[in-house]
Design a protein around this ligand. Structure first.
Ligand SMILES: CCCCCCCCCCCCCCCC(=O)SCCNC(=O)CCNC(=O)[C@H](O)C(C)(C)COP(=O)(O)OP(=O)(O)OC[C@H]1O[C@@H](n2cnc3c(N)ncnc32)[C@H](O)[C@@H]1OP(=O)(O)O
Length: 224
């Protein structure tokens, strides 16, 4: 068995496991300790300035002493959790993903809980969008490495009943340089109802940049 992206599967981090054919992507438990951004076990180029992160400087808009407020303080950052793993068991996002490496696609079996309600009795559109982003995002990550969502287009065709089980079928369509185009649909388990369709664009973070995530945080800081 080969473990990608995260070498430590005991620490509560999400991780990707390649396990023969089809490859299986498992998002590990317990979700309550899942943290983002990842700090341990990330293979390859670090995207976070570890020292700055530990010292709580990562989210500082400007160097201390210039009278600027902290964007994100160390304590709050340390409480970070993967959004889809931030609910109590059964109340939020319950899912497992199966990755087929040969076909570059993921099937996600998703059962949302009652805290994802929008219109009474149906899922909130944002919850559906989150699960779509997580699935196409994982497809892009396992296909291309560290990426961020640049564009996500969703057509909601039918409301999805709360607590029902659905399939999210995701497919890598094209890679153009740093851009990965991934499409997906959401269907009932018997594949008779098409609930949602989506297309997405993911961009691989620029390898020329030294601190990608840090730079993004700093760029996003509101004016002092
Ligand atoms: C790592 C291990 C993880 C392991 C597991 C982790 C946990 C499990 C996670 C599950 C998966 C969750 C997945 C969620 C992922 C998010 O939700 S990410 C959060 C939402 N996204 C964001 O906040 C991104 C905000 N945007 C940005 O930071 C920047 O715009 C980007 C996307 C990084 C791109 O910036 P850049 O690197 O400077 O790229 P840039 O040079 O501007 O553009 C590159 C190319 O893309 C094109 N492009 C860029 N944006 C667009 C756009 N919106 N439309 C069209 N084209 C565009 C450009 O035109 C350009 O094209 P070419 O000229 O090359 O043909």
């Amino acid at each position: 068995m080969q473990i990608d992206y995260y070498s430590n599967t005991q620490d509560g981090h999400p991780h990707v496991v390649k396990d023969g054919h089809p490859h299986v992507v498992k998002d590990c438990r317990p979700h309550v300790s899942t943290r983002w951004p990842p700090r341990d076990g990330l293979q390859g180029k670090a995207v976070v300035d570890e020292q700055a992160y530990r010292e709580g400087k990562l989210g500082t808009a400007r160097p201390a002493g210039e009278g600027t407020s902290e964007l994100i303080n160390k304590e709050k950052l340390s409480q970070g959790r993967l959004f889809t793993r931030s609910f109590e068991d059964g109340l939020g996002f319950e899912y497992v993903m199966f990755y087929n490496d040969a076909e570059k696609r993921i099937v996600c079996v998703f059962q949302g809980g009652p805290h994802l309600q929008g219109m009474p009795g149906f899922f909130h559109g944002g919850a559906i969008a989150t699960m779509i982003d997580a699935t196409v995002g994982m497809n892009a990550i396992v296909s291309g490495g560290i990426v961020m969502t640049a564009n996500l287009n969703i057509n909601f065709k039918r409301p999805i009943p709360l607590c029902s089980i659905v399939l999210i079928n995701s497919q890598l369509d094209k890679i153009e340089g740093r851009k990965l185009l991934v499409s997906c649909n959401v269907q009932s388990v018997d594949e008779k109802i098409l609930y949602t369709e989506a297309t997405s664009l993911f961009v691989k973070l620029n390898p020329e940049k030294e601190f990608d995530i840090k730079e993004l945080v700093l760029k996003s800081a509101p004016p002092a």
